[in-house]
Write a protein that binds this ligand. Structure first.
Ligand code: FES
Length: 622
């Protein structure tokens, strides 16, 4: 059987495999938020010809089914087929994403007084060459030269020794030796080579970011970023964990993300004329699941009670073990994790924010694919994961999408006519709505009286923007020639659940230490989503606490910033270990107060309007 894709290739259909799997196996990836379980409705394709067994139509609407739309993951071809893949179903993960290098990270390094102490050190050695009367081996000569420099006791891995004889002779016995802080030989480099390169890597559930750093001076040589290709197997950590338990899934997830790193790295090395062997140090920062998957550990126990990861503190392994195509002996340091749902990315974030050193109480929030929070000061630190889910990245939302071209990112609704004015990324035709657009839209719908405090549409409003859909009422944000972009009551419910989980998480953490929100001096918002977030609107819907705007700081991708600090400085690596050790992890799913706080926060902005005085006053005025 063959599947012909309109404007694409023709592929062989594997018997008894779903269309989704067949396409995936042939390098054609669809948006698959639920990981191919028929739940998210994102893997839509249109059948033009051919027969297939359709196991479920999931969330598809009747008109869609009538116009031959299928869920690829629930469709099993039974003859040759011709299909069309709509643009919004295509998962674009290979594209590199340009990110700004404008921030001088070296200033940041100096400002935290980290000092320059990379994990790999360098010593210059002049080794006495052998003669006919001096038969000491190459290794003995190297050891002697090292002990003269006070470096006795060095370990020499097999991979290092393989190149020893030729390196010594090629370099005429005058060498630089790179070695790890715990005295393991890494590489021999020419004596006149000054530049030394390392990698800081942030493995996010959605994106992978690589900093190529010249660690002789801390300069950022290049930055590369791509979507995490593990998204082929699902949007969130839970669907990835489920996939890891399916035959060969763990290996597939591991090699997928290692491949992403190598694919980012290769053109960077080419651009800067850097040989792969010149890169000899790596720091990895990721959430607990991403860290485990990167190292090939079965993550199943992370999602099973009592939610325990295989390890939080990782030994230093090598790039050769990991599969990163740089110097195979390069040490790979993993930022330590705290628990199943608070990982190295949050430890790196706290490290970069410096909140662990300040006497004032600060709140750190990373609102990305999940939603992790930390609160504390120089004396104590508490942390929790809020199970907010990836809805702010478009998952579980009818027309949700990531913040890329075509995404509605801002919404204004006329309170008299209820007509919307949209801001769209790239000023193009809207194809969906991203997280900041949803927060805007819900805030505007609420303040213009289209929805009530429970997020339910008001009845009998004079507008044709509200229509009745399969899942209840929906608001038409954009009337398209091919399809409308709507926000359904179920979408609003999903966003409200996520925002309630975040707010409840913050409340519970503070209550655990007997404090209230007004004691918080600073709120750090980390993560890519934070860059687009409108604080006022996020307060309006009750996602962020109603505190003066000047208390909020957007600090971007702190996972990569923390990884960079650890790459450059032993002091920072030590601080990261201390932060992970000091953090008290609160498991919200078993916290007695969480459910009460969560239920109270499932309103716009909250059942207790006195917690949101700014919103209360504005609401009264309207
Ligand atoms: S419905 Fe097919 S991947 Fe989710």
């Amino acid at each position: 059987m063959e599947i012909r894709i309109v404007n694409g290739k023709t592929i062989k259909a594997a018997p008894k495999e779903s269309l989704y799997k067949t396409l995936k196996d042939n390098g054609i990836y669809l948006v698959a938020s639920c990981g191919g379980k028929g739940l998210c409705g994102k893997c839509r394709v249109r059948r033009l010809e051919g027969d297939a067994r359709v196991e479920s139509s999931g969330k598809l609407k009747k008109e869609e089914i009538d116009s031959n739309i299928l869920l690829a993951c629930m469709t099993f071809p039974e003859s040759d087929m011709v299909i069309e893949i709509p643009e919004e179903s295509k998962l674009v993960i290979g594209d590199k994403i340009a990110i700004s290098k404008s921030k001088d990270i070296r200033n940041f390094l100096h400002s935290v007084e980290a000092g320059l102490e990379p994990a790999v050190r360098r010593v210059y050695l002049e080794i006495t060459p052998p003669t006919i009367d001096d038969h000491a081996s190459d290794l003995e000569r190297l050891k002697l030269a090292l002990s003269e420099k006070g470096l006795a006791g060095m370990r020499f891995p097999h991979g290092f020794l393989l190149g020893l004889a030729s390196s010594l002779r090629t370099l005429n016995w005058k060498i630089n030796l790179d070695y790890t802080e715990d005295l393991s030989a890494v590489a021999i480099v020419p004596a006149d080579k000054i530049d030394r390169y390392g990698l800081a890597i942030d493995i996010g559930t959605t994106t992978v970011v690589v900093y190529l750093v010249n660690y002789s001076d801390g300069r950022l040589v290049d930055v590369g970023m791509t979507y995490n290709s593990q998204m082929r197997f699902g949007d969130d950590v839970i669907t990835r964990i489920v996939h890891a338990t399916e035959g060969g899934g763990l290996d597939e997830l591991r090699t997928t993300v290692v491949n992403d790193i190598n694919v980012i790295l290769s053109p960077m090395m080419e651009r800067h004329d850097i040989n792969s062997n010149e890169i000899d140090s790596v720091v990895i920062s990721g959430n607990t699941t991403m860290s485990q998957l990167f190292w090939g550990f079965d993550p199943s126990s992370i999602r099973e009670e009592p939610y325990v990861p295989t390890l939080n503190s990782y030994p230093v392994w090598s790039a050769g073990n990991a599969g990163i195509k740089i110097h195979p002996q390069a040490p790979v340091y993993t930022v330590p994790c705290v628990g199943s749902y608070v990982g190295g990315d949050i430890v790196a974030g706290v490290l970069a924010s410096r909140l662990h050193l300040n006497p004032e109480i600060s709140l750190f929030m990373d609102i990305g694919t999940n939603g992790e929070i930390a609160v504390g000061n120089n004396e104590w630190l508490m942390t929790a994961a809020c199970s907010a889910g990836p809805c702010f990245e478009g998952s579980g939302i009818r027309h949700g999408m990531r913040a890329t071209e075509g995404a509605v990112e801002s919404v204004k609704i006329d309170p008299v006519t209820f007509e919307p004015a949209l801001g769209v990324i790239g000023d193009s035709v809207p194809t969906g709505i991203c997280g900041s657009g949803m927060i805007d839209a819900i805030s505007e719908l609420f303040f213009s009286g289209v929805i009530d405090q429970r997020g339910k549409f008001m009845k009998d409003l004079k507008t044709d923007r509200i229509i009745s859909g399969d899942e209840g009422p929906e608001y038409i944000l954009y009337r398209g020639e091919i399809k409308d972009i709507v926000l359904t009551e179920v979408d609003i419910e999903n966003v409200m659940r996520a925002k309630a989980a975040i707010y409840a998480g913050v409340s519970v953490l503070l209550k655990e230490v007997g404090l209230s929100l007004d004691i918080v001096d600073r709120i750090y918002i980390a993560g890519g989503f934070g860059n687009y977030l409108n604080v006022d609107k996020a307060i309006m819907i009750g996602m962020l606490p109603d505190l003066p705007k000047e208390k909020f700081s957007f600090i971007g991708n702190t996972s990569i910033a923390g990884a960079y600090l650890c790459l450059m400085s032993a002091k920072m690596r030590k601080e990261a270990e201390e932060i992970a050790g000091r953090m008290t992890y609160v498991e919200l799913s078993v916290s007695r107060g969480f459910m009460d706080e969560y239920m109270s926060a499932l309103f716009l902005p909250h059942t207790d309007m006195n917690l949101f005085p700014t919103v209360r006053d504005l609401y009264k005025k309207n």
